[in-house]
Design a protein around this ligand. Structure first.
Ligand code: IMP
Ligand code: MG
Length: 426
C-alpha cells in the first residue's frame, strides 16, 4: 500500500469492528499525506499505542498521531463536538500539535445532546446494544432531512428558531417512547453557541480539499470505522450501526468519486469478536472465550463492555472481501493465539442440514447456523518479536496461508502486538 505517489487507499474493518484498524491506520499514516474519516462517529474506539503511551480516539482520525499527516473528518461522519474537542484538548496535553492539520467537513451532521437521549430511549424498545452515543438518531435525522450540519449551525440566521423546531419534535418522540427525560432548548442553544466558535476555524469544504490533494499527487488514506458486519445494508441487520461501513461508503462520505480509489485494505483479527447484540456464529465455548478475551484484552474501547470472542469465521471474511472489493488483508492480533494447542477456523456454515457458504441476509437464519470447523495446529511459540514472515513458526505461517485461501484476498500485513513496530509487511 502507498508504494507510489497519488494513491488513495481505503482501510475498512472486515468483521464486527475492533479489528485493529486504528493500529493499521497509524502504521500506514507514516506514508500518507492525508487521513480521512468518512462514516460513523464517537461510537468508534480506535486504540493506538505509541511508545509507552496508549491513545483511544473516537472522533479524530487515528492518523493524527503522525506529525506529518493532515486529518479530515468527512461529510459522512456524524460529529460529536463534545468528544471531538475533549480529544483535541487531550492531544494538546500530550504534546501533539494539530495546528493547521485537522479539518472538519461543513457538510458533516452534528450529534447533539438530544440524539443521545433518543438513542437511550430507543434502546428500551429495541435492544441493539448500541454504544449510546446518539449515532442512530443522528443518521435518522440526516436521512429524514431534519439534521443539523456544521454548515447549518455556523450559518443559521436564527439558531434559536432552528433548534426550537427540532426540539419540539424530539420531545414529542421522547414522550411517545415513554421516556421521562426531555431535551432542554436553552441548554442546547448554549451548547451549540459554545461549540460553534471552536468549530468555525476548523471547518471547510473537505471534499474539495481531498480532491485537490489527489490532483497534487498526495497520498490519501480513508479510515473506516466499525466493520462490514455492522454495515447498515450488508451487516447483520438490524444489529448493525447506522452507516455504510463498507468501502462503498468511503467515496460518498468523503465526497470523491469511486475512480479515485486504488486499493481497499480489510483489517481482520486472527479470530473474531463482537460487542453489542446480534449473532456471532463462531463464538467459542465459555472457557476458551474467556481465554481469548483475557489474552486479547477484548473489552470495548468506547463502552468498556466485554466483547464476545470466537474463532476466525471465513464465511464472514469471504463476504467482506466481496462486498468491499478488498485488494488486501491485514491480519491483526496473531500473537493472541500463541498459546493455543489447536485453533478452530470456521470454514462454512450448516443451515437446515445443508452447507451454507454465503452470508444469510436474514438474521434469524444466521442465528440458526452451525459453523463447520477445521482445526489447525497451534504454534505454541511467542510471535510478538517477528518482523518478517520468515520469523514466524511454520504452523503460524500455515495458519495465515489457510486464512488467505479461505478468504480470497492476499494478506499484506500481519500485526503481532500493539506497538507500532510489531508489524510484518508481506
Ligand atoms: P451504534 O453504532 O452505537 O448505534 O451501535 C450499533 C451496534 O454497533 C452495536 O452493536 C455496537 O456495539 C456496534 N458498534 C458501534 N461502533 C462500534 C465499534 O467501533 N466497534 C465495535 N462495535 C461497534
Ligand atoms: Mg474499536
Amino acid at each position: 500500500m502507498f508504494d507510489r505517489k497519488n494513491t488513495c487507499v481505503i482501510v475498512v474493518g472486515a468483521q464486527w469492528g475492533d479489528e485493529g484498524k486504528g493500529k493499521l491506520v497509524d502504521v500506514l499514516a507514516e506514508r500518507a499525506d492525508l487521513v480521512v474519516r468518512y462514516q460513523g462517529g464517537a461510537n468508534a474506539g480506535h486504540t493506538v499505542v505509541v511508545g509507552d503511551r496508549q491513545f483511544v480516539l473516537h472522533q479524530i482520525p487515528s492518523g493524527i498521531l503522525h506529525g506529518g499527516a493532515a486529518c479530515v473528518v468527512g461529510n459522512g461522519v456524524v460529529l460529536d463536538p463534545e468528544t471531538f474537542f475533549a480529544e483535541l484538548d487531550e492531544l494538546g496535553t500530550q504534546g501533539i500539535d494539530v495546528t493547521g492539520r485537522l479539518w472538519i467537513s461543513d457538510r458533516a451532521h452534528l450529534v447533539l445532546p438530544w440524539h443521545k437521549l433518543l438513542d437511550q430511549a430507543s434502546e428500551k424498545h429495541q435492544q441493539i446494544g448500541t454504544t449510546g452515543r446518539g449515532i442512530g438518531p443522528t443518521y435518522e435525522d440526516k436521512i429524514g432531512r431534519r439534521g443539523v450540519r456544521v454548515a447549518d449551525l455556523l450559518g443559521a440566521p436564527d439558531l434559536r428558531a432552528l433548534l426550537e423546531d427540532r426540539i419540539t419534535r424530539v420531545n414529542a418522540v421522547l414522550g411517545m417512547l415513554g421516556a421521562s427525560v426531555r431535551a432542554d432548548l436553552e441548554e442546547h442553544i448554549a451548547f451549540a453557541t459554545r461549540l460553534a466558535e471552536r468549530l468555525r476555524p476548523l471547518t471547510t469544504d473537505t471534499g474539495l480539499l481531498v480532491y485537490r490533494a489527489l490532483r497534487d499527487g498526495r497520498r490519501v488514506l480513508l479510515e473506516g470505522a466499525q466493520g462490514a458486519m455492522l454495515d447498515v445494508d450488508h451487516g447483520t441487520y438490524p444489529f448493525v450501526t447506522s452507516s455504510n461501513t463498507t468501502a462503498g461508503g468511503a467515496t460518498v462520505g468523503v465526497g470523491i468519486g469511486p475512480t479515485e480509489i486504488d486499493g481497499v485494505l480489510g483489517v481482520v483479527k486472527a479470530y473474531t469478536t463482537r460487542v453489542g447484540n446480534g449473532p456471532l456464529p463462531t463464538c467459542a465455548t465459555p472457557d476458551l472465550e474467556e481465554r481469548l478475551r483475557t489474552l486479547g484484552g477484548e473489552f470495548g474501547a468506547t463502552t468498556g463492555r466485554a466483547r464476545r470472542c470466537g474463532w476466525f469465521d471465513a464465511t464472514v471474511v469471504r463476504y467482506a472481501v466481496r462486498v468491499n472489493g478488498l485488494t488486501g488483508l491485514a491480519v491483526t492480533k496473531l500473537d493472541v493465539l500463541d498459546t493455543f494447542a489447536e485453533i478452530p477456523v470456521g470454514i462454512s456454515y450448516r443451515l437446515d442440514d445443508a452447507v451454507c457458504e454465503e452470508m444469510p441476509s436474514d438474521v434469524t437464519r444466521l442465528e440458526r447456523v452451525e459453523p463447520v470447523y477445521e482445526v489447525l495446529p497451534g504454534w505454541q511459540q511467542d510471535t510478538s518479536g517477528a518482523r518478517k514472515l520468515a520469523d514466524l513458526p511454520p504452523a503460524a505461517r500455515a495458519y495465515l496461508d489457510r486464512l488467505q485461501d479461505l478468504s480470497g484476498a492476499p494478506i499484506r500485513y500481519v500485526s503481532v502486538g500493539t506497538r507500532r513496530d510489531q508489524i510484518i509487511e508481506c
